[in-house]
Write a protein that binds this ligand. Structure first.
Ligand code: PMP
Length: 391
């Protein structure tokens, strides 16, 4: 038997729990204020258009819908990106952000077979497994500092400055999963300088664009990296930003040195896709393309995405205030500074166990909570429960 996925195991426990007040903060998706995964209105309208067109379901090209690839590229790199305008960026529609990471990993394994991979400590748990399954040895670089609830930036820089050339460095472009702690603009500039100086290969994972500060602000790291000389891999995902988890909508972009190199890289990436799943599915890609190419639907999407972002912020602020009101002297203000769906709450393993056993509030053992699972109906209950276990 393969080991169980720890987060799915938590879901099973949650489902079996008969307490009507139970709350699952272990999830990895955005819930709206009614506690449901939303179907965005822009998606509903685009889906209607797609169905009315009733297109035949031929195979898509190996690299996906051309319009999807263009839109996905522009969203991440910006409309006036010089690397993109010079034809140096290739973008392929992939099966979610996971698919983008795997296609990129398989490609890199062919190009730099002797390289090793470095992921943040901690990171999204699938990063390690995914790069290992592509044949790489995976190491970690320091990232989270529990004593400050911030980034161990000196530790991270030291690690970058000691990595062998051509090491592959996986970086969370925004809304770090699981900690919620991101680099500042100045820190990004230092990271970019170190990565380029040591000829490392940056692989930026941007799975939560729009959930931090906004679509453009969240892509800052990608755009600054693209403006520096050297290769760049970017996995992006619409799973969260369109609430289209099950449609598997993502993209892999690679910044190359020339349009000629771009053509060769694309040809190799297509080989990886062709021998893996042949070509991506039609439906989700068509929905995303319809939204992004229609000015009205796009405006609606940005509004709905902004609402998701703001709701998470409100939940962060309220949680901090409510716990402070219940346990004066506690300062969880770092939770309000974190970005994206997740928070390293600082709760100990013992506190997480008590939350689960005494209050039916489920969190990951590391103290990671999904802030997007809080809502106006459960937040007081959760604040009460947390207050009890940290008192
Ligand atoms: N990267 C990170 C950091 C993630 O958190 C996730 C999803 N949880 C992904 C990639 C994968 O996204 P997708 O569901 O689009 O495959």
């Amino acid at each position: 038997m393969a080991p169980r996925d720890p987060i799915l195991g938590l879901n099973e426990l949650f489902n079996a729990d008969k307490n009507p007040a139970k709350v699952n903060l272990g999830v990895g998706v955005y819930y709206d204020d009614t506690g449901k995964v939303p179907l965005l209105e822009c998606v509903r309208l685009a889906e209607r258009q797609v169905l009315e067109q009733a297109s035949p379901r031929n195979y898509l090209p190996i690299d996906g819908l051309p319009a999807y690839d263009r839109m996905a590229q522009t969203l991440v790199f910006g409309a006036d990106n010089s690397a993109a305008n010079e034809g140096r960026v290739v973008t392929l529609q992939t099966l979610g952000g996971t698919g983008a990471l795997k296609v990129g990993a398989d490609f890199l394994r062919r190009i730099v077979p002797g390289a090793q991979v470095w992921i943040s400590n901690p990171s999204w748990e699938n990063h390690r497994a995914l790069f290992e399954s592509a044949g790489f040895t995976v190491n970690t670089y320091p990232y989270y500092d529990p004593s400050t609830h911030g980034v161990d930036f000196p530790g991270m820089m030291k690690a970058l400055n000691e990595m062998p050339a051509h090491s592959i460095v996986v970086l969370h472009a925004c809304c770090h999963n699981p900690t919620g702690v991101d680099l500042t603009t100045q820190q990004w500039d230092e990271v970019i300088a170190a990565v380029r100086k040591r000829a490392l290969i940056p692989f930026l994972d941007i799975a939560y664009q729009g959930f931090g500060e906004g679509l453009d602000a969240d892509a800052l790291a990608v755009r600054r990296f693209a403006g520096s000389e050297g290769p760049l891999f970017v996995s992006s995902s619409f799973s969260k930003s369109f609430s289209l988890y099950g449609e598997r909508v993502g993209a892999l972009s690679v910044v190359t040195a020339s349009s000629d190199e771009a053509a060769r890289v694309l040809s190799q990436l297509k080989r990886v896709v062709r021998t893996n799943y042949s070509n991506p599915p039609t439906h989700g890609g068509r929905i995303v393309t319809s939204v992004l190419t229609s000015p009205d639907l796009r405006a609606l999407w940005e509004q709905e995405l902004g609402q998701m972002r703001e709701r998470i912020r409100t939940m962060r602020n309220q949680l901090v205030e409510k716990i402070h009101a219940r346990v004066p002297g506690t300062d969880l203000s770092f939770v309000a500074r974190q970005r994206g769906m997740f928070s390293y709450s600082g709760l100990s393993k013992e506190a997480v166990r008590r939350l689960r056993e005494e209050f039916s509030v489920y969190a990951v053992d590391t103290g990671r909570i999904c802030v997007a699972a809080l809502n106006s109906r459960n937040i007081d209950y959760v604040a009460d429960a947390i207050a009890q276990v940290i008192r």
